[in-house]
Each structure stands twice: as C-alpha cells, then as structure tokens.
Design a protein around this ligand. Structure first.
Ligand code: GLC
Length: 691
C-alpha cells in the first residue's frame, strides 16, 4: 500500500489519482532522515538514505545512464537539451519514481512539480540524497517483496496508461525537413514501391505558416484536406507537430484570442511573458489554467476536422531560445564586451553569456500561472507544463472523438501525463551509445506509466550510417512507437538512402510479424498496470547475475530481446537466466532456431539478423506480414513457440480504435501441446500454426 507523507503545502499534480493511500506524519517517514538546506523562501528539503553495498536503483523514467541508476546525480527539471551525453543530469521529463532493491526493498515517488535532485551515490558512494527545491511536496513510499508487483501497485495509483490506436504501432517515417506535399508523397511512394511497410508520415514544423500552431501553409499544401484523404486512401496517417509557443502576430487568431481572453502566462506586472522559439517571439498558453487549457485543446480541431488523427506535442518544457527581457540585458552586456580586449576571463564570460541565453533558469522565475485559483510562479510548477499541454489535447480529443483513440505523444512530461499520451525520447544523436541508452530507458519509463514510447530510430542529431540505422531498427521493431526521425541538416536516413533495401524491407517487415503480440502485450500491460519491458531481475528475482544485466530486456510475457548495439559486431554476449529458444530472424519467413541452456553465450547476429529468445512453454503470435496495420491479417497467424510440456498464451486483440477494452471479449487463449496440437478458446476465429 502507498503511504503518503506531506512536507509543507504540496502543489497538487494529479499524478496519484486512485487507491487507498495511508497518510503518515513527516516525523514518521521511514528509510529517510530529513533535513533542510538553504534559507527562507529558497529552503529545500533534503532526504538521506544510507544504501547497502549492492543496492540497485531502478526507475526515474526518461533519463541518461543505465537501468541501474546508482552512481550519478539526476535532476528532474524538464530541459530542452539535445546533447544527451553521460555528463548531463536532466532530459525533458520529470519522472520521480524509483525502487531501491538490496539491503531493504522499497519504492519512492517524490510528487513535486518543482526541481528535484536525486544524488544516487554521486557525492558519496553509499549515500542517497534527494533534494526537493523550495516549497512543499508529497512523498509516497511503497513496500513489498516483489519489484514487478510494487510497480503494479504504483501504476494502479497513477491511473491507466494511454493506449494509442493500433495503426500507431506501425512504422512511421519522419524528418525535420519535409517541406511540402510532394516531399511526403515521395516518402510514401518509395516505401510502397519497395514493399517496405509504412503507416505514418510525420509533419514537422515546416508544414505550418511561419511556424504558427494550428495553421497549414497553403503554398506547400494546397487543398490540405484532399491531401490527407489521398494519404488515407493509401493507409497513411499524417501526424503533425504542435509546439507550445504561440507566435505573436497581429491578425493571427490564436494569438489574438489568447491575449483577449487572458490565456497566456503573465509576468509579475500583469503583461504577457515573451519568449523566443521557432516562430520568433511567442507567448505561452497557461496550460495549467483550466479554461486556457480547454481553449488550447479545442484548437486541435482545426486539424482533426481536416482528417488528422495523430499529433506530437513539442517544445513544451517549455523550451526557450531566449526570454525577451533577459535577451535585452545580454545585448547590453555584449555592447560592454565590445569595448574590451577579450582575454581568458572576458572571452569565456562572453561565451557563457551567449550560450546561457537559451533555457536561462532565471527566465523561468519571471512568469506565472493561474493554477487551481492561485497565482503560482512558473518554477514552482515547471515540470507540469508539458504534462498539462498534452492533457489539453487529450481532454479535447475525448470530446472531439469520443469513440476513437487518437495518437498523441509529447516531449516533456511528468507522471500523470501517461494517462493522456505517450512520449518519445527526444533529440538523441546518431551514436551507438544512444542505441543502448534508449534500450536502458524503456523499463524505467514503463515503471512510471509511459508505455507508448520509442526513440528517434537512427538518431536525430548527427549523421547516421547504414549499419547503425539497421541495428537501431532491430531494437525499434519492438518499441510501441517505431519512428525513424532525424534533424534538418543531418544525413538523410529514410531506408532508400542506403544500398541494401532488402535488409530494411525484411527488418521493418519483422515489426509487422510481431505486431499481434506487441499490440496485445501493450494493451494487457496498460489495462493491468503492468510493464511491457522489464529488467531481467523483475522476472528472475533470485538470479544475481540477471540483476546485473544492462543490455537485454524481457519484452512482454513470452520473450527476451538482446539487440546488437556495437558497430562491426557480428554477434554479442547474451545471458540466459533459464533455458530458452533462440529465434535468429532475417525476415518473417527466414529464421533459424536453437535451444540454448541457461548461462552465458556468444550468439552470432549478422547485420540483417534479429535475436529473439523465447521462454520455455511460451508462445508468440506472429503475423504473416502486410504493408500497413490495416492490411495485417490476424485471422491466420503463425506461432513462435518453445513448448516443453504445454504452452499457453492469452492473446489480446481488438479493432484498434475502441476505447473500452474488454479483456474477456478480446482475449483468445492459445494452447500448444508438445505434439504440436494447437487449440484456441475465446471469440476469435483464427488459424494458428506452429512454425
Ligand atoms: C525539436 C524536436 C524535434 C523536431 C525539431 C523541429 O528539436 O525535439 O523532434 O524535429 O524540434 O521541430
């Protein structure tokens, strides 16, 4: 059971919404000793715990470093930083939930929308220190003997995770740089002509008129509704981006309405805060204000009315290229520098001033929200902004399309947002280390409720290579969001930019083979508050070796994945906690299998081969393929199998849009005996064969 302890007056985040919560007094907080640091209004709470030598820390959702978070200092302070290097402390999210497993086993959720730091053995190898910046907060403590079960309990308390439409688990192609309808047509044509499956094409900021939200540039997209239809006829969903900042421009309806109704964030003096992002000068809608949020949400209808059924929300930390007031000060400072001879001190001072303009921490203290009837300074609720922007859209979609799931995901997030949409992992780089880091993020994200997630496959920043693209896809075929995305100015990375088209066709094709299984596992995980990607130790808690595995994951009920993430590797070392059946897959029809005993193995995997390990007495429904989710037939599937005595699997499926998941109706129990006989029970009529 969750136990809640409050410190000062916490700001309600609506992260925890269900379940029985026992409230304890601050003095009785278990595990941690509590102290204060700093003065007056800036006073922070400091929680300290002495860790055991071999304690492992799981969680913190979207973050740098490994599955075990021990040994570094993490910060929850949603930040737009596109260089996710090992020395960073914060990415775009604030996912303040973690589990400690070792000397003692407990879970912690720090429900605080302000900045929180997690020093997990950084300052002192044995000490865990959690510091919550100024203001009150709620601390939830969770106890139990089973890690997976503890996560379920937490997840139950924060409410059911967002479930996308089924098509959103198909392959998506994106690039910041598709300029017009013709560019998008080419993407679709290349995929279709080469029989590479595709379900969606993303529309980055260039589709808008001068980067204004809820506009479409008519020169680039003449007759947009017709274009959307043309794409739909080919089973392609267009997914436009929506940014947090609203351009300041006379005559622009969203801007004018927002000013008139007072929906933008204001400064101390009551005037609107001005920041700079893609369109130049912008105002930020007060997503925390209920009325402003509903207003912003309704704006999405401009696009849904034209046939759009998916969105990605971006720049909602919110990212600031500059705050206008601070920028003026910087220009003034630069003038002063002009008069000086730049030496070691002044040159680096100048550099820091210029580089510090973006996301300048002091800017976030200069504007306010109207939150639950109170005026709240932004930095006290900073980590809620992306959450509430996505909530604006999610709540609006329930009204616009009450019977249909729409695709929605965000860059910035806080726990609670997982009920409204998914997230992608932000601006990674085309580095091999990021392929591994993206794998390592998955279990932590699932712990925090974010099931619909994935990385920019191939890498967003920097230039990719064909082998990196392929290897990354070999992980991406398992992540619910499977999108190839890259930044303007980098090497283009659609499959047709490379020589070996067949390899891409086969690897991406494998995703469609696994789709019945992945979709079913996804929905089951959402409905039962479970994880879809788990560290090995969550499934094999007694296995000490499994606890140290940082580059393999359990993927749903039946299998383990172990992607190759090193350049020029012809295979990799894999640890099997028990006997498993290896499927070495080249396409939906070409694979070889081998039963491997528990223990360490070196397993070969050529560039065009994917490794999948089946657990004993488990099955995986595997489709025969298709060019998009719509065409994927589930009336006849193959079964990947490892049957020692008898295997059974509860396969969930539905129409892909319905909002009320009926588990009884949706589940078909497939049973396979060791003699190869397969039986089905449930409503589904399906021809299932072992392969
Ligand atoms: C941000 C997003 C990225 C997008 C770019 C342009 O960097 O994270 O995905 O392509 O903005 O909109």
């Amino acid at each position: 059971m969750l136990k809640k302890f409050t410190f000062g007056t916490p700001i309600e985040t609506e992260a925890v919404i269900f379940g029985e919560v026992i409230t304890g007094s601050q003095e009785s907080t278990p595990y941690f000793s509590i102290g204060l640091s700093g003065k007056d209004q800036e006073q922070a709470h400091v929680l300290t715990y002495r860790m055991g030598d071999h304690d492992i820390i799981y969680g913190l959702g979207e973050n740098i470093r490994g599955i075990n978070k021990r040994g570094w200092l993490y910060e929850s302070n949603c930040t737009d930083d596109p260089k996710h290097t090992e020395d960073k402390h914060s990415l775009y999210a604030a996912h303040n939930f973690f589990l400690v497993d070792g000397k003692q086993r407990f879970g912690v959720f720090v429900d605080a929308p302000q900045k929180v730091t997690f020093d997990f053995g950084y300052s002192d190898r044995e000490l865990m220190t959690v510091t919550v910046a100024h203001g009150g907060f709620a601390l939830y403590i969770l106890e139990g003997d089973n890690l997976r079960q503890m996560v379920k309990e937490f997840r139950h308390a924060i409410g059911r995770s967002y479930i996308p439409p089924k098509w959103a688990m198909g392959y998506g192609q994106s690039r910041w740089g598709y300029k017009n309808a013709e560019d998008i047509r080419r993407v679709v044509r290349e995929h279709r002509d080469n029989q590479v499956p595709l379900d969606s094409v993303y529309m980055d900021i260039d589709y808008m008129e001068r980067f204004k939200d809820f506009t479409v540039d008519e020169d680039k997209f003449p007759d947009f509704p017709q274009f959307v239809k043309e794409m739909q006829e080919q089973n392609i969903h267009l997914v436009p981006i929506i940014d947090a900042g609203v351009k300041i421009e006379e005559g622009y309806e969203v801007y004018e309405e927002g000013v008139e109704k007072g929906y933008f964030c204001k400064k101390e003096d009551g005037t609107e805060f001005v920041g700079g992002v893609w369109p130049g000068r912008v105002h930020f809608p007060d997503m925390l204000d209920e009325e402003a949020r509903a207003w912003f949400g309704r704006k999405y209808q401009f696009l849904t009315d034209q046939g759009i059924d998916g969105f990605w929300n971006d720049m909602n930390e919110p990212a600031l290229f500059y705050g206008e007031d601070h920028l003026k000060e910087v220009f003034h400072e630069l003038n002063e520098y002009q008069k000086k001879e730049l030496d070691i001190y002044s040159f680096f001072g100048l550099k820091a001033t210029v580089l510090g303009v973006a996301n300048y921490p002091e800017d976030y203290k200069t504007f306010y929200h109207n939150y639950r009837g109170e005026r709240v300074r932004h930095d006290s609720v900073h980590n809620l902004y992306g959450y509430y922007m996505t909530r604006a859209a999610g709540e609006a979609f329930d009204k616009i399309e009450p019977d249909k799931r729409l695709l929605l995901y965000s860059r910035a997030s806080y726990i609670g947002m997982h009920r409204y949409g998914g997230i992608w992992m932000g601006d990674n780089c085309s580095w091999w280390s990021h392929l591994l880091m993206n794998l390592q993020m998955l279990p932590g994200l699932n712990m925090c409720g974010f099931l619909y997630t994935g990385a920019d496959l191939g890498g967003f920043g920097a230039d990719t290579t064909e082998d990196l693209m392929l290897r990354w896809l070999e992980l991406g075929i398992f992540t619910p969001l499977m999108r190839n995305h890259s930044a303007a100015g980098t090497r283009q990375q659609e499959f047709y930019q490379f020589g070996h088209r067949e390899d891409f066709r086969n690897i991406i094709g494998l995703r469609y083979g696994f789709l019945p299984y992945l979709y079913g596992e996804f929905v089951k995980a959402a409905v039962t508050d479970d994880m879809m990607f788990l560290p090995l130790s969550f499934v094999y808690p007694e296995d000490e070796t499994a606890a140290g595995v940082e580059d393999q994951l359990m993927a749903g009920e039946s299998m383990m994945i172990a992607p190759v993430y090193k350049q020029n590797a012809a295979g990799r070392y894999v640890y099997l906690p028990e006997e498993m059946k290896l499927y070495r897959m080249r396409s939906t029809t070409s694979m070889d299998t081998e039963i491997l005993p528990a223990g360490h193995h070196y397993v070969k995997a050529e560039l065009n081969e994917v490794l999948v390990f089946l657990r004993p007495d488990h099955l995986v429904p595997f489709a025969k393929g298709g060019c998009n989710v719509e065409e994927l037939k589930t009336s006849s599937v193959n079964l990947l199998h490892f049957v020692r005595t008898k295997a059974s699997y509860d396969w969930y499926d539905d129409d892909g849009y319905t909002k009320n998941m009926d588990m009884e109706q949706g589940i078909t129990r497939i049973t396979a005996a060791s003699d190869g006989a397969v039986t089905l029970s449930g409503r589904k009529q399906c021809d299932c064969r072992l392969i």
